[in-house]
Write a protein that binds this ligand. Structure first.
Ligand SMILES: Cc1cc2nc3c(=O)[nH]c(=O)nc-3n(C[C@H](O)[C@H](O)[C@H](O)COP(=O)(O)O)c2cc1C
Length: 343
């Protein structure tokens, strides 16, 4: 299988839900939710891709860094590159239904592990959460279940299950605090006060789990997350799926990263290539999450397809590091940026 075949097969299997466009930028699928699109106008999804395309890197090719390192440690995982597969629930209703929830979670978790990285798994329905958790358990805890910000004690029940399943980390996608699409589950979600967040983080730690807060878009929330004891946060607007009024994540990442002192800051939204990974790292991220391209690779080519796509991404990252003059991925920083209009 090659990338072209993988994409062709994904186009067929996605059943029209995802067109597998040459550039995955949210235009063709605007407003398609359920589906793969961004909410309403799709503007926040498009803003993610547009913001990254406006970042230009500085080329440095007179140096000796011919084989740069890409490995990194994150939340107790040793990764071949600073990339995680983003949590994506709803294979049945978001991705054309070719794969069951169970099979999609299995592909994402096992494919990510086989490519030397790790996958997050999603939530929203009980089936989605349980299938993701089971896949992580089968992989010996190699993966991060990301739980919706359920109201009351239900979040703690999910953390109990994650701990029992052998997970080492758990996340919460706080950007879905007003997610109406969850109405079907008939279980309420809610924003969290700083005190509630601290209780959740303490609850994770007392169960032996590290805690990842996903969906931070402001320095104010980032500081609260740091004070609450989170182990990492993700600058994310949920791939533009929760609010059409948000800026591209790359635009807010530098300010968020500067606002915390010890907390690792991750980012997602619109990352499509090795150069995009380096752009996010240069803007202040320690690692990135990638959503839709991993869904396309998983649906199009199962574990083999995801591994193929991720290995190509790593080759592109190595190429970008060489062209930026970096001997190691940890050397990325603002000095490799040639221009970003908002900086
Ligand atoms: C079909 C689909 C389902 C998703 N489900 C979840 C989920 O269950 N939990 C979550 O935290 N994020 C979910 N996300 C958001 C992704 O984790 C991620 O933030 C986003 O896709 C990143 O943007 P990108 O797709 O442009 O890479 C979902 C995204 C898509 C496209």
């Amino acid at each position: 299988m090659n990338i072209k075949q993988l994409r062709q097969q994904a186009r067929e299997r996605m059943n029209g839900v995802c067109r597998v466009c040459p550039v995955c930028d949210g235009r063709a699928c605007a407003g398609e939710l359920p589906g793969m699109g961004g909410i309403r106008s799709g503007a926040s999804f498009m803003a993610n891709v547009e913001a990254l395309s406006q970042v230009k890197l500085k080329m440095r090719v007179l140096h000796g860094a011919a084989s740069p390192g890409t490995a990194c440690d994150l939340l107790g995982f040793s990764l071949a590159m600073p990339v995680l597969v983003a949590p994506m629930a709803g294979a049945q209703f978001n991705m054309g239904g070719f794969f069951t929830e169970e099979r999609f979670a299995e592909i994402a978790v096992a494919g990510a592990r086989d490519a030397g990285i790790a996958a997050c798994t999603g939530d929203g329905t009980d089936e989605a959460f349980q299938c993701g958790l089971a896949a992580v358990a089968r992989a010996g805890g190699w993966g991060i279940p990301v739980v919706k910000p359920w109201s009351g004690d239900f979040f703690f029940a999910r953390m109990d299950q994650a701990a029992e399943a052998g997970c080492r980390a758990v996340g919460m996608d706080i950007d879905t605090a007003a997610f109406t699409a969850l109405g079907k589950s008939r279980r309420p979600v809610s924003p969290k006060t700083p005190e509630e967040l601290r209780a959740i983080v303490d609850g994770a730690h007392s169960r032996g789990l590290k805690f990842l807060l996903k969906g931070v878009m402001s320095p104010e929330d980032a500081r609260i997350a740091e004070d609450a004891g989170c182990d990492a946060l993700v600058v994310s607007n949920h791939g533009g799926r929760v609010w059409e009024a948000l800026p591209g994540t790359a635009c807010v990442l530098p300010e968020v990263a500067r606002s915390v002192s010890r907390l690792p800051v991750l980012a997602d939204g619109g990352v499509r290539s090795g150069a995009d990974v380096l752009k996010m790292l240069a803007l202040g991220a320690s690692a990135v999450l990638i959503g839709r391209p991993c869904a396309i690779a998983s649906v199009g080519g199962e574990e083999e397809g995801l591994v193929l796509w991720l290995k190509r991404l790593r080759r592109q990252l190595v190429e970008s590091l060489i062209l930026a003059g970096l001997a190691d991925v940890s050397d990325a920083g603002p000095h490799v940026i040639a221009s970003a209009p908002w900086l």
